[in-house]
Design a protein around this ligand. Structure first.
Ligand SMILES: Cc1cc2nc3c(=O)[nH]c(=O)nc-3n(C[C@H](O)[C@H](O)[C@H](O)COP(=O)(O)O)c2cc1C
Length: 225
């Protein structure tokens, strides 16, 4: 695939075929992803690639604890609730997804079901948990580097026909993730990425999220044209 086809074609995938993804293919994707730049080439990240019974245990534990009202214990800062333009963009993509899925605004059950799917990693056959070395926790470069490798990963996967969604919901309950993914204490859990073969019949997979124009995001200084 050409670069533009990967970048412009990739969408977050939230419905997967129940078909295994070969380990060699995941290794190929990770090899490509790890070409991402990192601060001083420190490569502070680790990938915990989880499937089978371990992933099912994470899904179950995450869901049960959230349903029981146990406060989320993610290991990254989330800041304040989105407001203004950020909130508008958040609501915008949610509307696109709910519209594709036929979920009405006042249908609380269907909305709750959608949230639960997120806690279950959208029932993907594989979940990649990105962690980083705890001794680098004081540097914002570390989070930046994890983001860079995550972006490279989702695009590399797409270039091989594999769908992904970066998913903060899948790691709401950090002790569950730590236990079943066997994450050592000297690593911090940054993010999870659900991964698998896209289900082309799953309506939300067709959603193309919007982007603001470059003219709104970029300022050019010192250019004549
Ligand atoms: C840091 C991060 C966290 C995310 N967490 C979730 C999530 O919890 N649930 C979800 O459905 N999508 C999640 N997403 C996916 C975004 O909603 C998605 O990337 C965005 O709406 C743009 O859509 P696109 O990926 O299809 O281009 C997350 C993405 C990022 C980068």
């Amino acid at each position: 695939m050409h670069y533009d086809d990967v970048i412009l074609g990739r969408r977050s995938i939230r419905g997967y075929l129940p078909k295994p993804v070969p380990r060699a293919l995941i290794e190929e994707v990770l090899t490509l992803a790890m070409r991402a730049p990192s601060s001083m080439n420190t490569q502070p990240y680790h990938f915990h690639v989880v499937g089978g019974a371990a992933l099912d245990a994470i899904r179950a534990g995450n869901t049960q604890r959230m349903a029981a009202g146990i406060p989320q214990s993610r290991e990254f800062r989330t800041g304040e609730a989105f407001a203004g333009a950020h909130r508008e963009r958040q609501v915008g993509v949610a509307k696109q997804l709910f519209s594709a899925m036929g979920i009405a605004r006042d249908d609380k059950d269907a909305r709750q079901d959608w949230v639960m799917r997120g806690f279950r990693q959208f029932d993907a056959p594989v979940c990649v948990i990105i962690t980083y070395d705890r001794d680098l926790a004081g540097s914002d470069d570390t989070a930046f580097d994890c983001g860079a490798v995550a972006t490279a990963l989702v695009n590399a996967a797409w270039s091989r026909g594999i769908g992904t969604v970066i998913n903060s919901q899948g790691i709401m309950q950090s002790p569950v993730v730590r236990e079943h993914a066997r994450i050592p204490d000297d690593q911090v859990i940054m993010k999870s990425i659900a991964l698998g073969w896209p289900d082309e019949d799953f309506p939300a997979n067709a959603v193309v999220s919007e982007r603001r124009p470059v003219a709104e995001a970029a300022m050019f200084i010192g250019f004549d044209d």
